[in-house]
Design a protein around this ligand. Structure first.
Ligand SMILES: Nc1ncnc2c1ncn2[C@@H]1O[C@H](COP(=O)(O)OP(=O)(O)O)[C@@H](O)[C@H]1O
Ligand SMILES: [Mg+2]
Length: 250
């Protein structure tokens, strides 16, 4: 039996046949506003509740803003940070500003992948992290697509090597069908895609598991909601575009 990490996100472990195989590097891919950051934060917070320390690598938002956003869903991380069970790696501010001076893990230059990896490794070791979310990896190579695969492979070696199960947020444009480029897609152990589509004049959220090494998984597109407690996936429903309906699985 393979060991699995329970995301604790309602519906997700069901469509993953019990959870994410431990040490997998999962690409969490989707367009803007599809819920990638929220899903990553929920995965980490649920880990804290299960006794698994977590690291969030913030490349796109100020760590202060992330704590505020998480609190909106009832995910209060301050206590966990103080107890050394949760850490935010600040790869956003470059150490500039008053608030940044209070951050413990700061990456001065994100162009230096070596420095980024060193800081991530330090945070993981300090708190004995079991879960890591990088939000987003796209930021690391958007201007230099040729290094994308290399960056992801380096991250994979470190994260998986230290025993962590990870979600790498990957940004795609609204119309793009892929998950963040061939190098990245093939390097990842898993690909979960979040979508937002206009169906009958209304935006509908859905999730599909494209790939997950080490396990069977649902091959269907499931609708989900973002509630004031986070993401809820309807694992027994399917979103069917052609028919413009969401129907119950039979
Ligand atoms: N408290 C909330 N309740 C319901 N939906 C929310 C809430 N907060 C944010 N959202 C939805 O989540 C979206 C942002 O999700 P986010 O994870 O930041 O997207 P992404 O990281 O994929 O760009 C918003 O556009 C909004 O639709
Ligand atoms: Mg985001």
């Amino acid at each position: 039996m393979i060991e699995r990490v329970k995301s604790g996100i309602p519906g997700l472990d069901e469509i993953l046949n019990g959870g994410i195989p431990r040490r997998n590097i999962v690409l969490l891919s989707g367009g803007p506003g599809t819920g990638k950051s929220i899903m990553g934060q929920q995965f980490l917070y649920n880990g804290l509740l299960q006794g698994e320390p977590g690291v969030l690598v913030a490349l796109e938002e100020h760590p202060v803003q992330i704590r505020v956003n998480m609190a909106q869903f009832g995910w209060y991380v301050k206590d966990f940070e103080q107890k050394g069970l949760f850490a935010i790696v600040d790869a956003f501010t470059g150490g500039i500003g008053e608030a940044a001076k209070r951050e413990r893990y700061v990456v001065r230059s994100v162009d230096d992948i070596g420095e980024l990896i060193d800081v991530i490794r330090e945070a993981i070791r300090d708190i004995k992290a079991k879960r890591v979310v990088i939000d987003s990896v796209t930021t690391l190579y958007i201007t230099k697509p040729v290094i994308a695969r290399n960056v992801v492979m380096q991250l994979k070696r470190v994260l998986s090597g230290l025993g962590c199960t990870s979600m790498l947020v990957s940004q795609v444009s609204v119309t793009e069908r892929g998950f963040g480029g061939p190098g990245v897609e093939h390097a990842a152990d898993g690909i979960i895609r979040l979508d937002l589509d206009e169906v009958g004049g209304e935006l509908k959220r859905s999730i599909i598991v494209w790939k997950m090494r080490g396990t069977k998984h649902s091959m269907r597109r499931h609708p989900f909601d973002i509630t004031d407690r986070g993401i809820v996936i309807y694992s027994s429903k399917i979103l069917v575009f052609g028919h413009r309906t969401v129907r119950e699985e039979v």
